[in-house]
Design a protein around this ligand. Structure first.
Ligand code: AMP
Length: 504
């Protein structure tokens, strides 16, 4: 029997004595032991009545067992559906109603709140706590540690990942065995992962970055992961000497730079730092290089497509860009109204095609048809621009594009100027309703710790460097930008706060 992902990721763990997971207390789970967990989970799923093609929804804290459930679902031919641990029972009700999973696994602390959700939608609720206890853990412990994987081929679904849903409802992106396998193969090669690598893993495992990019590559390469429950600076500093690589969202890098113990010595042995899921400020890239001598490798991807572009492993890693299309992935920049390809240098909609691109949104054929063209190109919703050397820059989401008095303003262009001003740590530029212009540009600024930016001076710089229609009509100072768990600035929240700035 072949099962594409099982054969590539999990079968090679058999008999491996070297660690696959290294835990914060220094204890290790060997490859073979982890495979045993995967098999026990697969048996437990079958025991619970899970059939190939059934969904398994999990809202559980990060732990080795939580990761083994991904493997168990793959082996049993089920569809893995991880959910953000921050979601409330009301939010989970939507996902469970939409995906109708056979099984809902929850942390004990949330089980009471989720019991009615499971009941309404006919899912069986079981508990798995991060410390390895709970009804599902008991069921798993009672299972044999061998399992004959269910046959699965390229087009079979392996996972549903729901989009973060900052505009409208979350959609369940259907990812196949081929989507995940092809991307893991390409990235393993592009970033030179081998069995000698140990990846410092502090990302959540309900999102494509920590679950697929980091985990699938480590499995494919036969490497190990230093598996932290979350971002904790003491653990990061203490365990970095055991790591060869790290993947993080941009906030991981700014947090590390805030840490005096994070030095060139501490990172001298490291091979690679990868950033993605949100834009890395060019300034962070530069500061990181100055502090450590390493150039962060920034890449670009999304829930629906896995990874699309990457800066080169060898060759120039260009700050402020997300690099070039990965092998086998086509990336075009098109006119958002006509869909025609635009020449290099022009800003337009980023569209992506390749074996990495998902099969559509679960039970949402209209949404799928809106975003996935018949010729296979996925309309990402990101606006981007290729430079003369073929490096792509993401200038923002199309929904964040500001149209003021009929002119387009790309927030990033204004943000880059604001970020450069003395005393400014970072900024976000948004469009807010304006009686004359439709929308007006508004700049939101966060000061460097202990500093007070000179707003009048900043205003003067903006007037000198930007066409009038691009100049913010107001600048607001805030303590911090609202961010989600993946480090993305939540511009919709800023629009909610400052939306009435120009109301009559
Ligand atoms: P998600 O589906 O949660 O992974 O979010 C995907 C979105 O994150 C993309 O469509 C981009 O808007 C953004 N994103 C991911 N990586 C980058 C990056 N390196 N630079 C800028 N934006 C990024």
């Amino acid at each position: 029997m072949t099962n594409l992902l099982y054969d590539a990721f999990f079968a090679p763990l058999a008999g491996r004595e070297r660690a696959f997971l290294i835990l914060p207390d220094g204890s290790e789970i060997s490859g073979d032991a982890f495979l045993g967990m995967v098999h026990r989970v697969a048996n437990a799923l079958v025991d619970s009545g899970v059939q190939p093609g059934d969904r398994i929804a999990v809202q559980i804290n990060k732990s080795p067992m939580a990761l083994a459930i991904y493997g168990g679902a793959v082996a049993a031919g089920a569809i893995f559906l991880p959910l953000n641990t921050a979601y409330t029972a009301t939010e989970i009700d939507y996902f469970v109603g939409n995906a109708t999973p056979k099984l809902l696994l929850a942390d004990g602390a949330k089980a009471d709140a989720l019991a009615p959700v499971a009941q309404t939608h006919g899912a069986q609720l079981m508990v798995l706590n991060a410390d390895g206890t709970g009804s599902f853990a008991d069921l798993v412990a009672a299972q044999p540690d061998s399992f004959a994987p269910v046959a699965r081929s390229a087009d079979d679904l392996a996972a549903f990942l729901y989009t973060s849903g900052t505009t409208g409802r979350s959609k369940g992106a259907m990812l196949t065995h081929e989507n995940l396998l092809s991307n893991a193969e390409v990235l393993t090669k592009a970033w030179r992962f081998t069995a000698d690598d140990a990846l410092l893993h502090a990302l959540p495992i309900f999102h494509t970055h920590g679950l697929f990019v980091a985990t699938n590559i480590s499995l494919m390469a036969g490497g190990a992961m230093i598996f932290l429950p979350g971002l904790n600076m003491d653990d990061m500093i203490r365990l970095m000497p055991r790591a060869t690589t790290m993947m993080g969202v941009p906030t991981f890098y700014t947090r590390l730079l805030d840490e005096p113990r994070f030095t060139a010595d501490l990172t001298a042995h490291m091979r690679l730092f990868v950033s993605g899921s949100a834009p890395l400020l060019a300034e962070t890239h530069v500061q990181f290089g100055e502090r450590t001598g390493h150039r962060i490798l920034e890449r670009y991807g999304m829930t629906e497509t896995n990874m699309n572009t990457s800066n080169p492993y060898e060759g120039e890693r260009r700050a402020g860009t997300v690099g070039m299309p990965l092998p086998g992935v086509e990336v075009v920049v098109t006119d958002p109204t006509t869909g025609e390809a635009l020449p290099h240098g022009e800003v337009g909609m980023v569209e992506v095609r390749g074996p990495n691109v998902f099969k559509g949104y679960w039970q949402m054929p209209e949404k799928t048809a809106e975003e996935l063209r018949e010729n296979g190109f996925f309309i990402t919703g990101d606006l981007g621009q290729f430079d003369a050397d073929g490096y792509l820059s993401i200038v923002g989401r199309q929904k964040d594009l500001i149209i003021t008095g009929g002119f387009n303003v790309y927030p990033k262009e204004v943000e880059m100027i604001l970020d450069d001003q003395p005393g400014v740590l970072e900024s976000a530029v948004i469009g807010v309703p304006h009686p004359d212009f439709g929308e007006a540009v508004l700049g939101v600024i966060v000061a460097e710790p202990g500093q007070t930016p000179d707003m009048a001076a900043i205003d003067a710089v903006l007037r000198d460097s930007l066409a009038r229609f691009k100049q913010p009509k107001a600048l607001e100072l805030v303590e911090a930008l609202p961010r989600n768990t993946m480090g993305k600035v939540q511009k919709n929240e800023l629009r909610a706060v400052f939306g009435k700035a120009f109301a009559h």
